[in-house]
Ligand binder design. Structure first.
Ligand code: SF4
Length: 238
C-alpha cells in the first residue's frame, strides 16, 4: 500500500512545521510572563520549551500511527492554511498532509475490520465523462460501463465487494449521503481540498482518501486508479 501511504514524503515535515509555528506564540507569551514574574532562568527555559516538546512529541506519535492525533492534524492544517501565502507553501500541501496522515493511520491499524454493508464508496461526479448523458447521481446503475470513464470499473468493484456506492455533486450531497447511510468506513475519491475537508468533517468515521487524477484540469473528466480502490477494500473489509 506504499503508493497510498506515502504519496508525498514532505507531508510529515509540513505537519511538524504547522505545530512548530503554533508553539512559537505560546512560547513567546510564556517567556514574557516568566520574565514579568521574575522567574529563574531554568524555570523560564523549561516553560518555554514545554509547548514545543509536547506538540512535536504528539506529531511524532501521530505520524507513526500510535495515536489518532485528530486535533493535532486539525491544528497543523489550520496554521499552514493561515500562513500558506506568507510562507509560500505550495498549493494543496496542507490538504495532502491531512490525507497522508489519515491514510497512514487507518491502513496501519484497521486491516480486515469493516463489514461491506457498512462501507461506502463515495465518488465525485467529475469522474464521469462529460459527454455521457446518464444521470448517475440518482441512478448509478444507468451507467453502461462503456469504459470511457472509471465509473464502470468502480461499479464492477462495488458489485464484487457488495459495498454502498454514491456519486456526489459536492460537499453538501456527500454529507447528506453519509448522514443517511451512517457508514463505518468511507472510501472517498476526490481532489485534495474536498478530501481533506471531508476527512476532518466526518471524523470519527474511518475514512480513506484517494486523490483523483487531473488529466484535463481540475473538476473535469478526472480519473482514479481503480486498482487502488480495489486494494483498499481488499485490505480493510472483513
Ligand atoms: S462508463 Fe458509464 S458513466 Fe462513464 S461514460 Fe460510460 S456509460 Fe457514462
Amino acid at each position: 500500500m506504499k503508493g497510498l501511504i506515502d504519496p508525498d514524503r514532505s507531508g510529515r515535515g509540513f505537519f511538524h512545521l504547522g505545530l512548530l509555528l503554533i508553539s512559537l506564540p505560546i512560547t513567546a507569551v510564556t517567556v514574557l510572563a516568566a520574565l514579568a514574574l521574575k522567574m529563574d532562568t531554568v524555570f523560564t527555559l523549561g516553560a518555554a520549551l514545554l509547548p514545543f516538546i509536547l506538540l512535536q512529541t504528539g506529531a511524532l506519535l501521530t505520524a507513526s500511527g500510535t495515536i489518532a492525533g485528530h486535533s493535532l492534524v486539525q491544528m497543523s492544517y489550520g496554521t499552514l492554511k493561515l500562513l500558506q501565502k506568507p510562507l509560500r507553501i505550495p498549493l494543496h500541501v496542507p490538504e495532502r498532509m491531512v490525507v497522508l496522515l489519515n491514510n497512514k493511520r487507518v491502513l496501519s491499524s484497521a486491516g480486515g475490520m469493516y463489514a461491506a454493508d457498512r462501507t461506502l464508496v463515495l465518488l465525485p461526479h467529475c469522474l464521469q465523462d462529460h459527454t455521457c448523458s446518464h444521470r448517475l447521481t440518482f441512478e448509478p446503475d444507468s451507467c453502461e460501463r462503456c469504459g470511457k470513464c472509471p465509473i464502470g470499473d468502480l461499479l464492477d468493484i462495488r458489485d464484487r465487494y457488495g459495498v454502498h456506492f454514491s456519486i456526489s455533486t459536492g460537499g453538501t450531497s456527500a454529507r447528506r449521503t453519509v448522514k443517511d447511510l451512517k457508514p463505518e468506513l468511507i472510501v472517498a475519491v476526490a481532489c485534495p481540498v474536498d478530501l481533506s475537508l471531508g476527512i476532518l468533517d466526518v471524523h470519527p468515521i474511518t475514512t480513506i482518501g484517494i486523490l483523483n487524477e487531473w488529466r484535463h484540469g481540475a473538476c473535469f473528466d478526472t480519473w482514479v486508479d481503480t486498482a487502488e480502490v480495489d486494494k483498499v477494500l481488499k485490505n480493510l473489509l472483513q
